[in-house]
Ligand binder design. Structure first.
Ligand code: ADP
Ligand code: MG
Length: 699
């Protein structure tokens, strides 16, 4: 069959601007556009008109059902399908979809985590259409992107605070732009998330209970080859992976997702996919969809797509890079250095706003990426450390230094920088990138936050980032709006900000031991190593004050989120612990015992035949395996006891500390004995596929 061209399939399953323009009346279209572009409330009559066209379009494209598609705090997306059918008097059915059904849904939400926000007896929350993210068709169902709230109006999802944080930033950024003489309709943040993942053989995936239950391997000795040859990164892509990628791209293009880049990553069986950036809430929806479709397409190809942050010990885990910038509706990127002194001053102020935001709210950025899975990566020399710092590159750092010290910048032009008067010296963008050890790097016209885990929703970190930058901008606007001599107040503001926040700037090697010492002991930066350490800071007064003042969260929402995230951490590790116990008792110990018996029998048979048989392999293997069996058994019991104790730890903070200090180390110990035993056992007697098989059998 002839392949269809990309432009002809792109967005074919999306009720996008092209479809709206073609199908809606001018009046309805204009009104909807105003809602999308300027956040104006939507008239109910307009909603009905949109709903009826949406239904017709969806049915023409094969849909039978509709759903409000939302992002509860579980981290995955949720949907509850309703068919369009309504009985007609003649005994048949007609296909109906009203404006009300488009705008508002009422899923029975009692089983979603709410952190005590909504007692289960008052189970109903409601979903509300987010018209700024286009509706689409998936599995014969019209999916309407929505926000999810309780009846009291508390957000029960990740999208609501994300939209609020975008509003907060929009409001403050417009105040600043106005001071520079620019009036715009809105300022939006854009994100391009680079997504890493593993692809392994599905049949082998199914044979590993750890992968099935937890998404990561809890046992496994290293194969002879790992990633040491660096031969996988950007290597030729294997045919079955290419065929998966082709299929995936097509599915994502149909959904209007701008997938652009694909390549092999560092670890064997690891790959990356990146779309072209888009507005943050759309990018978030698209990334959630991408993760879902990746797993679905993989299954069609006999593969399993692993999105866990650390599916395999000993090789790199997977992250997600959050490329972030702010732009006006007129197309100006506020993080792009300009050509005139005026534009440069504006750029520097927005740059300072980000630097200050990252310094003031390091802990919020850190906890926004904290999960049980991501704890395995951060600080393990494969991903940025848990310490948050900003990389600017030598040239931009030099410029800031010159401003701070009123000294000439020794770039191409040697001038003392007086902002608003002098042009910024030109610096080449290419030199700003490629410090892969920095968690937060300026890459020419955007910042790249690299600490996210591969399975994280990008909503979490962008909520915090947008809110924190909105707060810097608010402070600047308060000062600048009162200024008599704008240029000189601006100059001092930038200078002061650099002085005050330069401790967060670091261009060196973030993996080095010296950095940890310098960052924590000299600079006083925070080093929150685990989720249990990081998450409680959500409730620090300075953080709550900021998030509440910008109306990103309410106090109740913050308490509930902290609880849910910690609960999620504890439950995740609890499941992992129980999975380990299960595998040890049901499979590993019986397998080793069986082999011990074989060795013992063989030794005794052989020695009964001849006195000259030494049986050194049999005896020494038997002795070591028998010791290991004892150790495995003892550590399994110890782990079981620790897991049991979790139930009585009291509150969630203490439970999470017990997980960190007691359960995880016990899991580590148990694993080490099993992995050693694996190296002594014949492959035919080992109950699960080895790392070698898992990592190297896709062609
Ligand atoms: P790499 O980091 O691998 O060199 P790029 O930096 O070119 O790749 O792009 C990575 C991601 O950053 C892509 O998703 C791209 O669309 C996105 N990106 C590029 N410019 C911006 C921007 N101004 N704002 C947000 N994301 C951007
Ligand atoms: Mg990048």
């Amino acid at each position: 069959m002839e392949k269809k061209s990309i432009p002809s399939i792109f967005g074919s399953l999306v009720f996008d601007d092209r479809v709206m323009r073609a199908r809606l009346s001018q009046k309805v279209y204009n009104s909807l556009r105003k809602t999308i572009d300027e956040n104006e409330d939507l008239d109910e009559k307009i909603a009905s008109a949109v709903a009826s066209e949406m239904r017709d379009w969806a049915i023409e494209n094969g849909a039978t059902h509709f759903t409000h598609w939302f992002q509860p705090l579980t981290g995955v997306t949720a949907e509850k399908h309703d068919s369009f059918i309504t009985p007609s008097p003649d005994g048949g059915v007609i296909m109906e979809f009203s404006g009300k059904e488009l705008i508002k849904g009422e899923p029975d939400a009692s089983s979603f985590p709410s952190g005590g926000l909504r007692a289960t007896f008052e189970a109903r929350g409601y979903t509300a259409w987010d018209p700024t993210s286009y509706a689409f068709i998936k599995d014969h169902t019209l999916c309407i992107p929505t926000a999810f709230c309780s009846y009291a109006g508390d957000a029960l999802d990740k999208k609501t605070p994300l939209l609020r944080s975008m509003q907060a930033l929009n409001k403050q950024a417009k105040r600043i732009l106005k001071l520079f003489g620019t009036e715009v309709k809105n300022v939006r943040t854009s994100v391009g998330p680079e997504q890493e993942y593993f692809l392994i053989d599905e049949a082998m995936f199914k044979k590993r209970p750890d992968l099935v239950y937890t998404g990561r391997t809890l046992f496994g000795a290293m194969p002879p080859k790992g990633q040491e040859l660096d031969d996988h990164y950007f290597g030729a892509i294997k045919p079955s992976v290419i065929s998966f990628m082709e299929d995936l791209n097509e599915e994502l293009w149909k959904l209007g997702i701008l997938v652009k880049t694909e390549h092999n990553e560092v670890a064997p069986a690891q790959h990356e996919l990146a779309p072209i950036y888009s507005t943050t809430n759309v990018a978030t929806d698209n990334n959630q969809l991408t993760m879902e479709i990746m797993q679905k397409v993989a299954r069609k190809h006999g593969l399993a797509c692993l999105l866990h942050e650390k599916p395999f010990a000993g090789v790199n885990g997977s992250g997600k890079h959050n490329n972030w910038s702010m732009a006006t509706d007129t197309g100006v990127n506020l993080l792009s250095p300009g050509d005139t002194p005026h534009e440069n001053a504006q750029f520097l102020l927005f740059l300072c706003a980000v630097i200050q935001a990252v310094d003031d709210y390091q802990d919020l950025l850190r906890l926004a990426v904290a999960t049980a899975g991501n704890d395995h990566r951060l600080g393990a020399n494969e991903a940025p450390p848990a310490i948050i710092s900003v990389f600017l590159g030598d040239e931009l750092t030099g410029i800031l230094e010159a401003i701070k010290n009123d000294t000439p910048y020794h770039g191409t032009e040697k001038v003392t920088m007086k902002l608003g008067v002098h042009s910024l010296p030109k610096f080449s963008r290419d030199t700003t990138d490629r410090n892969r050890t920095s968690p937060f790097a300026f890459t020419g016209n955007k910042f790249e936050f690299r600490s996210l885990g591969s399975s994280n929703s990008i909503a979490c970190c962008n909520i915090m980032l947008n809110a924190a930058v909105a707060e810097s901008l608010r402070q600047y606007a308060d000062i600048l709006e009162k200024a008599d001599d704008f240029d000189s107040v601006l100059h001092d503001l930038i200078k002061d900000t650099i002085k005050k926040h330069e401790r967060i700037l670091f261009n060196g090697n973030g993996y080095g031991e010296d950095w940890i010492k310098e960052a924590t002991e000299v600079r006083g930066l925070s080093n929150l190593k685990t989720t249990a350490d990081a998450m409680p800071h959500l409730l620090d007064k300075k953080n709550m004050d900021m998030l509440i003042s910008h109306k990103v969260f309410t106090e109740t929402e913050l308490h509930s989120r902290c609880e849910i995230m910690l609960e999620n951490y504890c439950k995740t590790v609890n499941i992992e612990g129980h999975t380990m116990v299960d595998m040890v008792r049901k499979n590993y110990l019986p397998a080793i015992e069986g082999y011990l018996f074989t060795l013992a029998k063989a030794t005794s048979y052989m020695q009964s035949v001849s006195d000259h048989v030494k049986c050194s392999y049999e005896v020494s293997t038997m002795e070591r395996l028998s010791e290991l069996t004892d150790s495995i058994f003892a550590s399994c019991i110890a782990l079981e006891e620790s897991l049991k104790k979790l139930q009585d730890a009291g509150n969630i903070i203490r439970t999470s500390e017990a997980v960190r200090d007691d359960v995880l180390p016990k899991m580590e110990a148990l694993r080490s004995f099993v992995d050693e035993a694996e190296m002594l056992m014949p492959e035919s007697c080992w109950p699960f596929p080895s790392y070698g098989k898992l990592l190297f059998s896709v062609y």
